[in-house]
Design a binder for this molecule. Structure first.
Ligand code: SF4
Length: 341
């Protein structure tokens, strides 16, 4: 995933000010006022930022630095051009891989339900390819963890020669070396959440009422002509969005697809797409691991920045000059130094 790639490169990024920085700092100052307002705001972050659901990559960004993730929502457009270039190169490698196993067809969407229908049609295709024993790329996953709706896209699923279902996540790197442990932690979290969501889906635990109420979609909404045409080509007869949802749920429940057996990370060098290394990830109780993350989204606690031991992350952070957490941390560091003297 390219957003992690950018994080993965964080320690190496230049801290030179990007063009337009002064203007952006002014914008940042404004948000200090907004922050005061936020403290007296009774809404939780999901409500405050008008987010109906989280992407799994949001959790990864939160795992790197929650404060940085919040700034990236409040101050979009802060990304340095060299990071945008890294993301573009990563996206090209992902796209080339995807095209190895299937074609990409453009579908015209008119409503929010149409846009979500595309994801469910892709999921239905994925189910039938996996049932036939084939590999799939860009597999959509949906699910609820601790009352919060999550959406993600698994890079690749395939069967190993032993018949195990393996999830393989591609990470592209700007340098030909493996990431640091802090970066790996995020990648591990990402694939563990994907496994949790996929396994729940194939066990028939995707709850349609929850999905509709979280995403505020209208099941009775007729599907657009283009979507219907595409569904018919895939042998499906669907009229409204609810038809497609029910069909997806039934297909998942009766698919007999197994849980994911293995989680693998593949690190590639962006410049020439050579393999740097692979890593197997062990699966644990992800709900327990995510409790503190979810406490933030539910508004049970304030935003946190990095711990003092991980203050090195701040050196390459776009928000270093405006970061309130960093200022507080500086006070703590100075206080600790004085106490030791
Ligand atoms: Fe997080 Fe440090 Fe950036 Fe603040 S300066 S947002 S604490 S990484």
């Amino acid at each position: 995933d390219t957003s992690e790639t950018v994080n993965a490169e964080n320690p190496n990024c230049s801290t030179e000010l990007p063009e337009g920085y002064l203007q952006r700092v002014e914008h940042g100052k404004e948000t200090a006022g907004k922050r005061q307002k936020r403290k007296s705001d009774a809404r939780n972050p999901l409500e405050r930022y008008h987010m109906k659901y989280l992407c799994v990559t949001d959790l990864c960004a939160q795992g790197w630095c929650e404060q940085q993730m919040v700034y990236s929502i409040e101050l979009p457009g802060f990304l340095q051009p060299e990071r945008v270039a890294l993301m573009d190169r990563g996206a090209s490698i992902h796209l080339a891989r995807e095209l190895e196993v299937h074609d990409i067809v453009s579908v015209c969407t008119k409503t929010r339900e149409d846009s979500w229908a595309v994801k469910f049609l892709n999921l239905l295709t994925t189910i039938s390819v996996l049932q036939a024993g084939g590999p799939v790329r860009e597999c959509p996953v949906f699910g609820e963890i601790d009352g919060i709706f999550l959406v993600g896209v698994i890079d690749e699923l395939h069967y190993t020669p032993k018949g195990e279902l393996e999830l393989s996540e591609l990470k592209t790197r700007g340098r030909p070396s493996l990431p640091t442990n802090a970066q790996k932690r995020n990648h591990h979290l990402q694939v563990k959440v994907y496994k949790h969501m996929f396994d729940a889906m194939v066990r028939g635990q995707m709850n349609l009422d929850n999905l509709i109420s979280h995403l505020r979609l209208r099941p009775e909404q007729p599907l657009g002509a283009h979507i219907k045409e595409h569904a018919e080509k895939a042998g499906l007869t669907v009229n409204c969005f609810g038809d497609l949802l029910e069909l997806t749920c039934l297909s998942l429940t009766f698919s007999d697809l197994p849980n994911i057996d293995r989680l693998t990370l593949e690190y590639h060098y962006q410049k020439d797409n050579t393999l740097i290394g692979t890593e197997t990830v062990h699966f644990g109780n992800i709900e327990e691991e995510l409790q503190d993350y979810m406490a933030f989204w539910k508004g049970w606690r304030e935003t946190k920045g990095v711990d003092i031991e991980e203050a090195w992350k701040c050196r390459s952070c776009n928000y270093l000059d405006i970061c309130e957490w960093r200022k507080t941390m500086g006070t703590v560091i100075n206080h600790t130094k004085r106490t030791k003297q």
